[in-house]
Design a protein around this ligand. Structure first.
Ligand code: NDP
Ligand code: MG
Ligand code: MG
Length: 340
């Protein structure tokens, strides 16, 4: 069973005694910074000039270049995109990480795969909220809490875990509970989940179903509804009450088809390839590929993105979503931004 920590396990004074530099003011940056400030923590933002810097200043934060912020802080939280972190860390953060400071993350990739190598004298921990930034901010402002993961990669002071717990309290995760993990477990399971199930698995499953129906002569509009649109209803039910709640809500015909046909679609071959995908993650082969892809200017990523944008399911989807006036459109982006 997992170890879970709650409010009673966290000492708020540990983080309140320190100055926190949040590097980056995007999805997680704005939410963690604002939640910390609401709980009485001294927060400065380390950010390059641009839209995020303007937003941070408009929200009333003192903003500095990342190097300056790191120099004046006791805890430095890396909340810029994972691919950009190594360069910013090397050039702007590392020189200011004197012994006794702490370096924090919300994702383990760069530490686990050795892209960031912190000096020996600093604590290194991770607190990863299990919600996108705008929801973390909204829920905590409403007095609620979001579960999170917590891990310590390096304990130089002997206090790293207590400090991590105090930080988790500060951003609003210990009310719901934080689960103890390791940088390795968080990184490998995160990559596997997004590749095999959540993103890679689901998009290919949807496209394969859509193409099968369209090739058999069915109308693309109907195929879109059956294979993509309805996915949300099913996922919402699973999110609320697991597989059982979903199966309780669908018809018996749907449930019988699910129970007897599902295993023929996701068969032993799929499970075997899931193991291969997991192995590529565990050996670091995927990480190496992604790091090189970035160094080369993302040729594969750009080509695949362009190809996917041309898929018929996207064109049909655009037309059908225009019929659903309750769907969030550009307003969604506006709402998200206004919550920052
Ligand atoms: P975003 O893409 O939302 O935010 C990026 C921020 O970094 C922006 O403010 C951007 O500013 C700034 N930035 C980019 N490049 C630089 C640079 N070179 N120097 C200074 N600032 C820079 O990131 P996320 O919040 O999504 O991700 C941050 C971390 O949180 C990652 O480790 C991610 O894995 C993790 N995480 C994210 C979750 C999420 O909900 N998105 C959930 C859990 C973990 P500008 O406007 O100038 O580009
Ligand atoms: Mg991920
Ligand atoms: Mg149906």
């Amino acid at each position: 069973m997992a170890t879970i920590y709650y409010d009673r396990d966290a000492n708020p004074e540990l983080i309140r005694r320190r100055r926190v530099a949040v590097i980056g003011y995007g999805s997680q940056g704005h939410a963690q910074a604002q939640n910390l400030r609401d709980r009485g923590v001294d927060v400065v933002i380390g950010i390059r000039p641009g839209a995020s810097a303007d937003r941070a200043r408009a929200d009333g934060f003192p903003t500095y270049a990342p190097a300056e912020a790191a120099a004046m802080a006791d805890v430095v939280v890396m909340l810029i995109p994972d691919e950009r972190q190594p360069a910013v860390f090397r050039e702007e953060i590392a020189p200011h990480l004197t012994a006794g400071k702490a370096l924090a993350f919300s994702h383990g990739f760069n530490i686990h795969f050795g892209q960031i190598r912190p000096p020996a004298g600093v604590d290194v921990f991770m607190v990863a909220p299990k919600a996108p930034g705008h929801l973390l901010r909204r829920f905590v402002r409403e007095g609620r809490s979001v579960p999170g993961l917590l891990a310590v990669a390096q304990d130089a002071t002997g206090e790293a875990k207590q400090l991590a717990l105090s930080y988790a309290w500060g951003i609003g995760c210990t009310g719901a509970g934080v689960i103890e993990t390791t940088f390795q477990e968080e990184t490998e399971t995160d990559l596997f989940g997004e590749q095999a199930v959540l993103c890679g698995g689901v998009t290919e499953l949807v496209k394969a179903g859509f193409e099968t129906l369209v090739e058999a002569g069915y109308q693309p509009e109907i195929a879109y509804f059956e294979c993509l649109n309805e996915l949300k209803l099913i996922v919402d039910l699973m999110y609320e009450g697991g597989l059982a709640r979903m199966r309780y809500s669908i018809s018996d015909t749907a449930e019988y088809g699910d129970l007897t046909r599902g295993p023929r679609i996701i068969d032993a071959g799929v499970r075997q390839r899931m193991k291969e995908i997991l192995a590529e993650i565990q050996t670091g082969a995927f990480a190496r590929e992604w790091i090189l892809e970035n160094q080369a200017g993302r040729p594969v990523m750009n080509a695949r993105r362009a190809q996917e944008a041309r898929h018929p399911i996207e064109e049909v989807g655009r037309r059908l979503r225009a019929m659903m006036d309750w769907l969030p459109r550009d307003e969604e982006a506006v709402e998200e931004a206004s919550e920052r």
